[in-house]
Design a protein around this ligand. Structure first.
Ligand code: NZQ
Ligand code: ZN
Length: 380
């Protein structure tokens, strides 16, 4: 087991009715004027918006709104919102939405203090200064509500890259699973697949029995509660269990003692959805993770076999991967790049874009041509 430091400074307020506390959380820290950042309008349909503004009003907080963050959020939108934040002189940022909205808010918070926010992505250094970030999560998937990362696409250069650092932990995040009961099924699946993938990016490093056993339990739970939600999408307990598992999958605990993660599959996926913003992060991961497992299993055959048995009750890695793909199919997720509309001729460029993302090849050292091989394995 490796040494680790665990410090998660985010206050997490979880449960039915929790959105009413967002104004109190902001007031508690003394912030008076926030930029509320949102996506395409789902928060108006789900009643989340009304709950947020009521809470801000009840706590005498001023706010301005910025709408229109898209899934696979873009650098141009982030730049536009930074300009707005500066013009208004806000003292905090409030994200109301899924991972794309939260990541955009974090990028705005960090970009507020530098000439051009993309410099932070190019530099790849920890972000130590940012406006305070608050979040109201409406889709459990990315884990951004309780972690220090943000992923943004520079659409002109097809670069979907990340920043991270202590200043990017939200000060407080509110998760009310009941606002997710009407999520389109596809989004629920994308969230489950992303959460499973965050655990697996750490799990296959191996090393600490406590964390490995914890991760196995978390993975089994995600599969079980997603099955339950397929039968009964309004099952609050299943929804809440998936939401909490999703936060736990990427808030530092699932990798404690194992290391900082492998992240090859995420690099491959960010290459993919950076070039094809119409592809959701969870869809890309559904296609790519099984291929990565097949390609890298020889790095630690015993651990990959343990995963197959513990999560899927399978006798071999191949059977475990088949069981995972069958489960993805039963959930309606894609399992090949071809289904996602990718052409074979594109694979080389996608491998190069993914290689540029950085952070990869820890479980098994990989060269650029290995990236191409993994994409080929995922193709059809
Ligand atoms: O834009 P709106 O109208 O809000 O609609 C969204 C969006 O269309 C909709 N939605 C959200 N909550 C809803 C809802 N629809 C109905 N009811 C609700 N309660 O869902 C759609 C997808 O939202 P998005 O935020 O894009 O999804 P997700 O949360 O999966 O975030 C994906 C982004 O997070 C990044 C991904 O790469 C991707 O860009 N990631 C961020 C990470 C991080 N910060 O740590 C790590 C992850 O590995 C990931 O890379
Ligand atoms: Zn992810």
């Amino acid at each position: 087991m490796k040494n680790f430091t665990l410090h998660i400074p985010t206050r997490l307020i979880f449960g039915r009715g929790a959105i009413a506390s967002i104004g109190t959380e902001i007031a508690r820290d003394g912030h008076k004027f926030v930029l509320m950042i949102a996506g395409g309008g789902s928060i108006k349909r789900t009643g989340v918006y009304e709950q947020v503004v009521e809470s801000l009003r009840n706590n005498d907080r001023r706010w301005e709104e910025c709408w229109g963050v898209q899934p696979n959020p873009t650098l141009s939108k982030v730049r536009e919102m930074i300009a707005q934040a500066r013009r208004l002189g806000v003292d905090a940022v409030l994200a109301v939405g899924g991972g794309s909205v939260i990541d955009s808010a974090k990028a705005v918070a960090a970009g507020y203090y530098v000439d051009d926010v993309w410099e932070l992505f190019e530099k790849d250094e920890p972000v130590n200064r940012a406006l305070p970030v608050y979040t109201v999560l409406t889709l459990s998937a990315a884990g951004s509500e309780m972690n220090p990362y943000a992923v943004i696409t520079n659409e002109a250069e097809k670069k979907k890259w990340a920043i991270g650092g202590p200043a990017l932990y939200p000060k407080a995040s509110v998760v009310d699973p009941s606002v997710q009961v009407h999520l389109p099924w596809k989004q629920t699946v994308n969230g489950a697949v992303d959460s499973l993938s965050h655990i697996m990016e750490h799990y296959f490093l191996g090393g600490g029995e406590t964390t490995l056993a914890y991760d196995e339990s978390l993975m089994r739970t995600i599969v079980q509660v997603t099955d339950r939600l397929q039968q009964a999408p309004t099952d609050y307990d299943a929804r809440a269990s998936l939401a909490w598992a999703s936060t736990l999958a990427l808030n530092g605990i699932s990798g404690a003692g194992l290391g900082d993660g492998d992240w090859t599959t995420h690099a491959l996926e960010h290459g993919l959805s950076g070039a094809h913003p119409e592809i959701a992060h969870g869809e890309g991961l559904a296609v790519l993770f099984p291929a990565w497992i097949l390609y890298c299993q020889d790095a630690n055959p015993a651990l990959f076999a343990r995963w197959a048995k513990a999560v899927w009750g399978a006798a071999s890695v191949q059977d475990g991967v088949s069981a995972y793909r069958a489960k993805l199919r039963s959930w309606g997720a894609p399992i090949t790049l071809k289904e996602l509309g990718i052409k074979r001729e594109e694979l080389k460029e996608l491998a190069e874009l993914a290689w540029g993302v950085g952070n990869h090849g820890v479980v098994k050292p990989l060269e650029p041509e290995d990236f191409l091989r993994i994409l080929e394995l995922a193709f059809e």
